[in-house]
Design a protein around this ligand. Structure first.
Ligand SMILES: Nc1ncnc2c1ncn2[C@@H]1O[C@H](COP(=O)(O)OP(=O)(O)O)[C@@H](O)[C@H]1O
Ligand SMILES: [Mg+2]
Length: 226
């Protein structure tokens, strides 16, 4: 079971947006997922309510998260998506402790980039794999990313932080889909928003596979050493 945690001290960076869109990618028949809305603002819970479907299941609040994850695992869940509040509270740390991978969305702006430092530090302190995702970026022109995004990448790279090579562009489709309880692919499978989310979802799958592979290899080494 893979646990994706969406974290950033900055409100409005796209935690709930990415959590909902990626969760809808994971939500295929026979592929059980669990959503945990650990943010009292309840954006992910609102999306789930608008969706009006029982699957994926949703839990609110931070109490008993570890137990909820154990239960989900024993029920065969493949993915858990945890949306967190925009701060550095114990709730965020509790969620990160349970993460397979922490996704840190950042808009390509000075304030957002400054705020990711804190979240990066927290993931590092807790020894959790993480990656920054450029969100709400200006659209590429003829396949070339905006100078703002290139500059933002430099800042993140200077922090020594892993950064997804793609971008999630600022697109009305991302907001419109959420307003009707859908993900970008459900809303319009042929849209650029759908293409970008699919690319991010593939990158997340690859990262998680690599993390699990490294974890298994380490376990094997420990077993051999024992
Ligand atoms: N890529 C995007 N394109 C268009 N709107 C976006 C995008 N990402 C976020 N938004 C909008 O920005 C606002 C804040 O995003 P949200 O996901 O709620 O941030 P957070 O959960 O980090 O506070 C929302 O209104 C959302 O619809
Ligand atoms: Mg949110």
């Amino acid at each position: 079971m893979n646990v994706l945690v969406f974290a950033s001290r900055k409100g409005g960076s796209g935690k709930s947006t990415l959590a909902a869109h990626l969760a809808s990618c994971a939500n295929r028949p026979g592929n059980r997922a669990l959503l945990i809305d650990a943010d009292p603002q309840g954006s992910l819970a609102l999306w789930h309510q608008l969706r009006g479907e029982s699957a994926p299941a949703l839990r609110r609040g931070t109490r008993g998260m570890a137990e909820a994850l154990s239960a989900a695992k024993s029920e065969g869940a493949e993915w858990v998506f945890i949306d967190t509040p925009p701060n550095r509270s114990s709730a965020v740390a509790d969620a990160i402790r349970l993460a397979t991978l922490v996704l840190i969305p950042a808009r390509p702006s000075v304030f957002d980039l400054d705020a990711v430092r804190d979240t990066i530090e927290l993931a590092r302190e807790l020894h959790k794999p993480y990656a920054v995702v450029m969100n709400a970026a200006p659209a590429k022109r003829n396949g070339t990313e905006s100078a703002i995004v290139t500059d933002a990448r430099r800042v993140v790279e200077k922090m020594g932080a892993p950064l997804w090579s793609g971008q999630i562009t600022h697109r009305a489709d991302f907001a419109l889909a959420l307003a009707v309880g859908e993900g970008a692919r459900e809303f319009d499978a042929d849209s650029s928003a759908a293409t970008e989310i699919t690319q991010l979802w593939s990158a997340v799958n690859r990262s998680v596979k690599a993390i699990n592979g490294a974890h298994k290899a380490a376990q094997g080494t420990r077993r051999m050493a024992a």
